[in-house]
Design a binder for this molecule. Structure first.
Ligand SMILES: Cc1cc2nc3c(=O)[nH]c(=O)nc-3n(C[C@H](O)[C@H](O)[C@H](O)COP(=O)(O)OP(=O)(O)OC[C@H]3O[C@@H](n4cnc5c(N)ncnc54)[C@H](O)[C@@H]3O)c2cc1C
Length: 451
């Protein structure tokens, strides 16, 4: 009998996983919480990808689509989220054999080993998995020999509070606080046009929203933009610029730098949000003591402080996660923004993503836990490798079949940066954060010193 594999989430990585599993002769079943595939991307359907189509399409998925007469997009064009859903995910889910494998409106609420609670060990590894899910008709159960959790992180945004907890008053001010990347030109235009809007965060989502607001301000008089960051140096968000192999990603930072130079955006640095109050139909966003700290008065706040994984429905499984990033421990040194990041993560797969619970994997955006800079291509390589591993093809699971584009960003020490982003990403050693680190470790040193 073929191995059955439950895939949680029908985003690009979950669907790619299903395509690879089918190619390997395994039996995937995809459970998707939303009413349609790509449910998370549909929430940011107006956002343009910074990577072109050639980096958005999984190879096994393309092989499924080809015989259907699929009109493959121009590999060098940049889709918006809605186009990715319409031109790639929907055809994949409706015109190929995946059609019969996907259950939508099926939210997974728990995963366990059949007959084994978390504590019980003997015989555990041989027991199938039990997935509990809700589909509007009560609780349902699905059994599977293996599970790939590709449920993303979009629906668990970080709060505004700098401590990681919601700021005092954040929940109460919900009508004036949005998370992620609201569509400031389209669906939410009236909410932001002519208003004073603060954007909190320093990553790509914040940068994209700031640029959109600046464009809105050109046609909507009275629109004012305040950028709030916790750090002291806005330039850290400008990215690799011309060195970024993803040209559009590099250009985003450069556009933001220009807008700041033109005073189109006011910047508040070193601002750690602690409380948010609604006063006289405006928002008072505060840092420090509520009596006498700093504050910014705005009409609206957009919180773009990243995402975190929802681990709640995995609580009956034995997981090993990095204590800070909540990602598989082997990935942490590659993606930890605290210590070092070439921004270019060495491709990795089943070996690095393995959990103490055999045959259970976290893949896709969720595999990065709280770390930023995940690329779809990384996820496609992850699930190619996991499918090979589950099919028993260990050699293919270990092989690296992907070269990721470099960001041109290195947060290591100056001497490492001079060496060209520490020589680029490491190629073999899973514990090495860059090529220089790998070489140093091979020579018996503890590392190159950048992490
Ligand atoms: C605004 C933005 C722009 C980005 N731009 C790029 C880019 O240009 N290039 C790039 O390579 N990457 C980009 N990324 C990063 C990443 O590639 C995407 O987020 C991508 O969608 C991740 O795919 P995924 O399948 O892992 O997760 P998702 O696309 O988030 O899909 C997860 C799916 O799981 C479902 N789900 C969640 N919980 C459950 C549950 N309990 N049960 C069942 N289903 C569940 C969700 O509804 C969703 O459909 C971007 C991310 C964001 C947020």
């Amino acid at each position: 009998m073929s191995k059955s594999v439950a895939v949680i989430g029908a985003g690009p990585v979950g669907l790619a996983a299903a395509a690879h599993l089918l190619e390997r002769g395994l039996e995937p079943v995809v459970l998707e919480a939303g009413p349609a595939v790509g449910h998370a991307i549909r929430q940011w359907s107006h956002v343009r990808f910074f990577s072109p189509w050639e980096y958005a399409i999984d190879q096994a998925a393309a092989r499924l689509l080809e015989p259907t007469g699929w009109n493959s997009p121009d590999p060098h064009a940049y889709p918006i989220g809605g186009e990715l859903v319409e031109r790639y995910l929907e055809p994949l889910a409706t015109r190929t054999v995946l059609r019969d494998r996907i259950h939508t409106s099926a939210r997974v609420t728990g995963v366990a080993r059949v007959g084994f609670d978390k504590v019980k060990t003997r015989g555990r590894a041989e027991a199938p998995f039990e997935l509990r899910y809700r589909n509007g008709a009560g609780d349902k159960t699905l059994r599977a020999d293996a599970v790939i959790d590709a449920s993303g992180t979009w629906f668990a945004p970080n709060p505004a509070g700098a401590s990681g907890l919601p700021a005092i008053g954040e929940t109460e001010a919900a009508t004036r606080v949005a998370y992620g990347m609201p569509d400031v030109f389209g669906a939410h235009r009236s909410r932001y046009a002519g208003k004073r809007v603060a954007v909190l965060g320093a990553g790509h989502s914040a940068v994209g929203t700031l640029i959109d607001l600046a464009v809105l301000a050109r046609t909507e008089p009275g629109t004012e933009i305040v950028w709030i960051i916790r750090g002291e140096d806005p330039a850290k968000s400008f990215g690799g610029g011309a060195n970024d192999k993803l040209v559009e990603r590099g250009a985003l930072g450069q556009r933001l730098a220009q807008l700041i130079a033109q005073d189109a955006i006011k910047v508040e640095t070193g601002f750690r949000v602690t409380h948010i109050n609604e006063t006289a139909a405006r928002l008072r966003v505060g840092a420090g003591l509520s009596c006498c700290g700093r504050e910014v008065i705005v009409d609206e706040l957009i919180v773009a402080t990243g995402f975190r994984p929802d681990l709640g429905f995995l609580s009956e499984l034995r997981l090993a996660l990095d204590p800070a990033l909540e990602c598989p421990p082997a990935l942490a040194p590659l993606i930890d923004p605290n210590v070092h990041s070439c921004g270019t993560v060495r491709p990795h797969g089943a070996r690095e993503l393995a959990q103490p619970e055999p045959n259970f994997y976290i893949a896709g955006m969720k595999s990065y836990g709280r770390a930023p800079t995940f690329l779809m291509l990384t996820g496609y390589e992850q699930v190619r490798s996991i499918a090979a591993e589950l099919a028993g093809d260990v050699e293919a699971a270990r092989r690296v079949e992907l070269v990721l584009p470099e960001t041109g960003v290195c947060n290591g020490p100056a001497e490492a940066q001079d060496a060209g982003c520490c020589g680029g990403p490491a190629t073999q050693d899973a514990s090495a954060c860059c090529a220089a680190d790998e070489t140093a470790k091979k020579a018996g040193a503890t590392g190159c010193g950048c992490s």
